[in-house]
Design a protein around this ligand. Structure first.
Ligand code: MF3
Ligand code: CO
Length: 248
């Protein structure tokens, strides 16, 4: 069931979204080569709790951390740990979620650590652009397939590929609600989104093959060819005229 949020629910989701955005900005400021992924995760935990919210990933199907931190060939769901030291030249993708007064915010960014190679920098830029292409003409009545169409078009015309094994999702009282929001698709297909729907749009874009492997830790997703990947996600509200990005 795809829920239509009330004005009151939307007001709370704006707050949840702001906290989620603020965590990512805080992590960006603190991210530097030499720190471990666990140190960053700890900062995220403290920030969310201090904001009066709850980390939504922690304990989700047994997930052991506040954030997912996925570096280079890791696509998503990398588990923060004390061994992995962040290095210059890496793409560090951080995905985080917060629950505020019972409602979820979910967002992800791919950050540069020091200088990236030109190809990696382009991948990060194009991935972010894919999100903005996806929302360009998005509003009440838009077929869901247009989102994936626009993402795929932009990624592939830049020589990159779109991960298919994972998708965006509806969001609200639960982190994952209907509908699934694929990052590939055909224009004019699928259900029509309605004003009051809230969805997380999250392109995962690879430099090489779109195919992925699932690591034996039960979480980490890697590119099959071990080439780099980037991720960019926001929680958005569909309105009559367009969208409101709740986590930006
Ligand atoms: N934020 C991810 C998503 O967009 C979910 C992370 S899985 C978790 O769907 F277990 F870490 F929560
Ligand atoms: Co998500």
């Amino acid at each position: 069931m795809i829920t239509v949020k009330t004005i009151e629910e939307i007001a709370i989701m704006r707050e949840a979204g702001k906290i989620t955005r603020d965590v990512l900005n805080y992590l960006k400021e603190n991210l530097k080569a030499g720190m471990t992924t666990k140190e960053l995760d700890r900062l995220a935990y403290e920030f969310i709790v201090n904001a009066g919210a709850t980390p939504s990933f922690l304990g989700y199907h047994g997930y052991p951390a506040t954030t997912c931190i996925s570096i280079d060939e890791q696509v998503v769901h990398g588990i923060p740990n004390n061994e992995r030291i962040i290095k210059e030249g890496e793409i560090v993708s951080i995905d985080v979620g917060a629950i505020y007064k019972g409602y979820h915010g979910d967002a992800a960014r791919s950050f540069h650590v020091g200088d990236l190679s030109p190809e990696k920098a382009k991948l990060v830029k194009v991935t972010e652009e894919c999100f903005f292409k996806a929302i360009e003409n998005l509003k009440d009545g838009t077929p869901l397939g247009n989102i994936g169409y626009n993402i795929q078009q932009h990624a592939e015309s830049n020589g990159f590929s779109v991960v298919r094994a994972l998708v965006g999702h509806g969001i609200g009282k639960n982190m994952h609600e209907d509908p699934s929001v694929p990052n590939v698709g055909k224009k004019g297909t699928g259900i029509r989104l309605k004003a009051g729907n809230t969805i997380a749009i999250e392109p995962m874009i690879n430099m090489g093959t779109f195919k992925v492997d699932f690591l034996s830790d039960g979480w980490t997703v890697l590119t099959q060819d071990r080439k780099p990947s980037a991720h960019y996600e926001n929680t958005v509200l569909i309105t009559e005229e367009g969208v409101e990005i709740l986590t930006l």
